[in-house]
Design a protein around this ligand. Structure first.
Ligand code: PPS
Length: 289
């Protein structure tokens, strides 16, 4: 089956997961001051953060995460139908997900007090996760091999644009009161500590037992079993979990099981070229991640 991509503002998107009237998303959607945005480059921990934020909003009560699919709890704003869904939403605050690069984000976000949590992951692990996602989902063209996929991932033709531009653009908001960045690696290293920091950022005071419940319900195994989080409720045409489950491994450093020495050297070369003048350092820059 042929998979179509479309281009907006020089960035390619899967046609199936971008609103046909994208200009109105960008220009007309009204951001509210109490909105909470979960922003990521694909495969960085988006769905993990949806469940963390959902549970924090409900003080650790898992009823919502166990009865409502993640795309209804925190719709991806750029996907077809999300604007209508969010405009009708009585939820307060609204949780809104997005993979958009900052230059394509809604105009009404500027100057608002809406909060953004931007989750970042080692791009080598993103490339591996995305490789399997491209095989199992109808949004991406089937990758030929890991070798060609790594080159594609590091090229300008990659869906949602370059990882380097995405993270650099969003991290320009660092220092603003309504912006927080979180790494996938820190979620893995200290989930409880990360949840406590997120609560503080969101102005939510949870009791110890409520934080424990958030942590328990967002463990990889619990989310893998939860049909509201693992995408098995999507119609079969969208994802084929027989090829690869959406909740695949959920680990740090899986790239080491996939990259050859030459692929790793190539990745490092491009990474260095793009990041040498960038002052923010990540867990994978300083240790064996
Ligand atoms: S998407 O399609 O962009 O929304 O995907 P995204 O949710 O950003 O990324 C999917 C990867 O996140 C992993 N994941 C988790 N890891 C650890 N713990 C929990 N709870 C968790 N939930 C999702 C998921 O397994 C994908 O990573 P890989 O490396 O493929 O396993």
């Amino acid at each position: 089956m042929s998979v179509s991509y479309v281009q907006y503002n020089g960035i390619l998107f899967p046609q199936m997961s971008i609103s046909e009237d994208f200009a109105s998303v960008e220009n007309e959607f009204q951001v509210r001051d109490d909105d909470i945005f979960n922003v990521t480059y694909p495969k960085s921990g988006t769905t993990w953060m949806i469940d963390i934020l959902s549970l924090i909003q409900k003080n650790g009560d898992p009823t919502w995460t166990k009865t409502v699919p993640n795309w209804d709890r925190a719709p991806w704003i750029e996907t077809p139908g999300s604007v209508e869904k969010l405009n009708l939403s009585k939820q307060c605050p609204r949780l809104i997900t997005s993979h958009l690069p900052i230059h394509m984000f809604m105009k009404s976000f500027e100057g608002s007090k809406a909060k953004v949590i931007y989750t970042i992951r080692n791009p080598k692990d993103i490339a591996v996760s995305l490789y399997y996602f491209a095989k199992m989902s109808a949004f991406y063209r089937e990758p030929e091999s890991m070798d060609t996929f790594i080159k594609y991932f590091l090229s300008k033709d990659v869906l949602y644009g370059s990882w380097f531009n995405h993270i650099k653009g969003w991290l320009e908001l660092q220092g603003k009161d309504n912006f927080m960045f979180q790494t996938y690696e820190d979620l893995k290293l200290d989930l409880r500590g990360s949840v406590v920091k997120l609560c503080k950022f969101l102005g939510k005071e949870l009791k110890d037992k409520e934080v424990d419940s958030v942590v328990e319900n967002v463990s990889f195994n619990n989310m893998k079993e939860n049909t509201m989080s693992n995408f098995t409720l999507l119609p079969a045409g969208y994802m084929d979990h027989e090829k690869s489950p959406f909740m695949r491994k959920g680990i740090v450093g899986d790239w080491k099981n996939h990259f050859t020495v030459a692929q790793n050297e190539y990745f490092d070369k491009i990474y260095k070229m793009n990041m040498q003048d960038f002052s923010v350092k990540f867990p994978w820059d300083t240790n064996t991640h």
